[in-house]
Design a protein around this ligand. Structure first.
Ligand code: F3S
Length: 416
């Protein structure tokens, strides 16, 4: 029986499993006990933060509706990932009324669960930022890797459903990344390529096939790395591979130096990453630009305040000829509104779009067959599944193409 064979449950957890806190909580606890047994967890531990990667797709909606129909409610208020901004895409005329149903159902289901409807994939920037050592249940691959690596929080890569269960019960099975011994580096990655900007960190993350499985410890990188670059690295690592965490000695908090990153053990493998490796990895993801640039999508993961400001500065006094869509959080948009940056962007023809993920084909399908540009390899990784074609370049190149309406002929890697 789940929860009895391997896991030692507290009295409260046993009572929850038995239904004292309602049918929904019992269902959630049963699922978590099964997950815990699968991973040979010994016990359940309290969780203080939850982020759910809702996808506005049927299976996730079905699960959350099922839970709330059974009376489940969040004990730990979760933040949630983006779906799509019905208002924006309906006003554009890009979204049919019937295609907005899933998002409306999603919002209703998670609101009923008690979620904080942040609808952003960068909750760690402000809305749901864990401290060092804090136990969390985060889903969304770019969120979990950032929380573990950059903030030193402890989270497994939960699914939307297991994270919802954690929000309902307030507990998570203790296994994997919650245990200190599983957080040590295993693969030494010596980087000789130039990695000095967010786009180049994104490219570095595309080298997952060469890095292989494990927890990479990157050396040869700058001593100071901005948040945007660390976000880009984690996001790309999880499209070219599957990574819970990385270390950068002297930069990430659990790796004051290389020795500490490995816990004093020798790496199981050493990998060298050169400029050529980055070039080859990049070529696997970026599409060739067409004769024209018909749209630009930025903000996968959601743009930070700094990125929004940089885009606005770059576009000052210019006008985009094609749609420029910058995906970001409501929090960043509120900041941009206060500081006048949103207005500056709108004057230049760029929209700040809240609540939206690139992986929502109904919103973007009218751009199918056109030539796009993005600064996110993750965006094209998802969007090519529904027939989109985009060249990957750094933010300023994408924006300058939007202004001219056509790509320049610069060599991608050399120019970025
Ligand atoms: Fe965010 Fe969606 Fe990209 S969740 S990271 S915009 S794929």
């Amino acid at each position: 029986m789940p929860g009895k064979r391997n896991m030692k449950l507290t009295e409260e957890q046993r009572e929850m499993l038995a239904g004292k806190y309602g049918k929904g909580a019992a269902m959630a606890m049963r699922i978590q006990c099964a997950v815990g047994e699968g991973f040979e967890a010994e016990r359940m531990v309290p969780v203080s933060r939850v982020h759910i990667s809702l996808s506005a797709q049927n299976a996730d909606i079905w699960f959350t509706e099922k839970m709330t129909e059974a009376g489940a409610a969040a004990r730990v208020i979760p933040t949630v990932n983006p779906g799509y901004c019905v208002k924006y895409f309906r006003e554009k005329g890009w979204l049919a009324e019937e295609d907005s149903i899933n998002m409306r159902r999603t919002e209703a289901a998670y609101t009923k669960l008690g979620a904080n409807m942040t609808l952003s994939c960068t909750p760690y920037l402000s809305d749901n930022r864990p401290g060092f050592g804090e136990i969390c249940a985060f889903s969304e691959t770019s969120v979990t890797v950032f929380a573990n690596s950059v903030l030193g929080a402890r989270t497994n890569r939960e699914s939307a459903m297991s994270a919802a269960c954690a929000a309902i019960t307030g507990f998570v099975p203790e296994y994997g990344m919650l245990l200190p011994e599983n957080r040590l580096g295993t693969v030494l990655v010596k980087v000789s390529a130039r990695v000095d900007s967010a786009i180049r960190f994104a490219m570095l993350g595309l080298c997952g096939k060469k890095i292989g499985r494990g927890i990479p410890v990157f050396t040869g990188l700058p001593d100071e790395i901005d948040t945007e670059s660390l976000i880009a690295l984690g996001a790309s690592l999880n499209i070219s591979g599957s990574y819970d965490m990385f270390h950068i000695p002297g930069v990430t908090p659990e790796a004051p130096d290389e020795k500490a990153a490995f816990g004093g053990r020798a790496p199981v493998r050493t990998v060298e990453l050169t400029e050529q490796d980055m070039n080859e990895a990049f070529a696997l993801y970026s599409h060739e630009p067409g004769d024209s640039v018909d749209y630009v999508i930025l903000g996968c993961p959601h743009y930070t305040c700094e990125q929004v400001r940089t885009a606005a500065e770059f576009l000052r006094g210019k006008k985009a000829r094609v749609p420029v869509m910058i995906l970001t959080s409501r929090t960043v948009i509120a900041e941009a509104e206060k500081s006048g940056i949103k207005e500056m962007l709108e004057e230049a023809g760029a929209d700040l779009i809240p609540d939206t993920c690139v992986d929502e084909k109904y919103c973007f399908q009218c751009l199918k067959g056109k030539n796009g540009a993005t600064d996110s390899p993750k965006a094209i990784y998802y969007m090519e599944n529904f027939g989109m074609s985009m060249a990957v370049r750094d933010m300023k190149t994408c924006l300058s193409w939007a202004v001219s309406g056509k790509p320049d002929s610069s060599t991608p890697m050399a120019a970025m």
